[in-house]
Design a protein around this ligand. Structure first.
Ligand SMILES: Nc1ncnc2c1ncn2[C@@H]1O[C@H](COP(=O)(O)OP(=O)(O)O)[C@@H](O)[C@H]1O
Ligand SMILES: [Mg+2]
Length: 273
């Protein structure tokens, strides 16, 4: 099933979408995470950290996870494999914990699965990535307005001597205004990055943000962004008066990302040409 190509909307080109897995067993909740993700076994024998569609944060958080995670992957940053995962309704019945049972019952259909990195350690600064990787991660966070990679919430794992990026649900927060306001890509492009280099968990390691921008920004093309957005299950896109269907929502994300990549002088820490 790996990289299974699927034809979309009768388009001539083939698009790779996330692998789809059926859950077979709920193993344990990860209570340190704010959204209470859970460890789940898949029918493919994989083990996944599942971000549930029924968690309080809603579907937009899952969209941000896929858009930023898959963007990061295409830019060469280490991100655990993402899948979509279905929970059979029977699974909730065998769950003794009421809070978990409620979450499973609220999450029928497609959820997000993140490949579990067994034995991974939460990032504590004792094994920092090299300055080049740190600069690229900080660039990604500034570009996607990810406010959630600070010392209080590093959202980095150390696994096999490598730094891995997780939890991009807080990025792209512009979409939370969509129910009440028309999408405005330029507004996003004009917004500085709110996390200072002292607060960002890699602020002390990153050294060359201008170089990271010079390397990565040219890769953020219309085609690459379209490919990233094609990974998001259509049913996660919430429509509004201004965004009447999934293609409109997808286009709005594309326009926001393409507008912002052109304004590094606004959002890149230290500024950039
Ligand atoms: N792929 C993974 N492999 C191993 N542990 C993970 C993985 N993803 C998340 N975790 C663990 O679960 C915690 C919560 O996950 P996270 O994605 O940060 O969720 P939340 O949105 O609730 O903060 C992480 O801090 C980490 O300890
Ligand atoms: Mg987290």
């Amino acid at each position: 099933m790996n990289g299974r190509p699927r034809q979309r909307d009768g388009a001539a080109s083939l698009t790779h979408v996330l692998d789809h897995v059926t859950a077979v067993r709920y193993v344990t909740p990860l209570r340190e995470g704010g959204s209470m993700p859970g460890v789940v076994e898949g029918a493919d024998l994989g083990t996944y950290v599942v971000k549930f569609r029924g968690a309080g944060q809603g579907l937009k958080v899952l969209v941000a996870e896929v858009v930023v995670g898959e963007l990061a992957r295409r830019l060469g940053l280490p991100v655990p494999r993402l899948v979509t995962i279905d929970l059979p309704s029977a699974m909730a019945r065998y769950e003794a914990d009421q809070e978990v049972q409620d979450l499973l019952n609220a999450s029928p259909g497609t959820n997000l699965g993140v490949d579990l990195l067994p034995g991974a350690l939460g990032y504590d600064g004792s094994r920092p990535p090299d300055a080049d990787l740190a600069s690229r991660v900080l660039w990604l966070d500034a570009f996607t307005a990810n406010v959630d990679r600070t010392w209080s919430n590093p959202n980095l794992l150390t696994w096999h001597r490598q730094t891995w990026l997780i939890d991009h649900g807080a990025a792209l927060y512009f979409h939370h205004s969509w129910p009440s306001r028309a999408p405005d890509p330029q507004r996003f492009a004009d917004q500085p990055f709110r996390v200072g280099s002292d607060d960002h968990v890699l602020g002390g390691v990153a050294s060359d943000l201008t170089g990271a921008h010079a390397d990565l920004a040219p890769l953020v093309t219309t085609d690459l962004v379209r490919d990233v957005l094609d990974q998001v299950p259509e049913e996660w896109f919430e429509t509004t008066d201004h965004l009447p269907d999934a293609p409109a929502v997808r286009t709005a994300y594309r326009d926001h990302l393409l507008a912002r990549v052109r304004t590094p002088h606004v959002w890149l820490p230290g500024g950039a040409a």
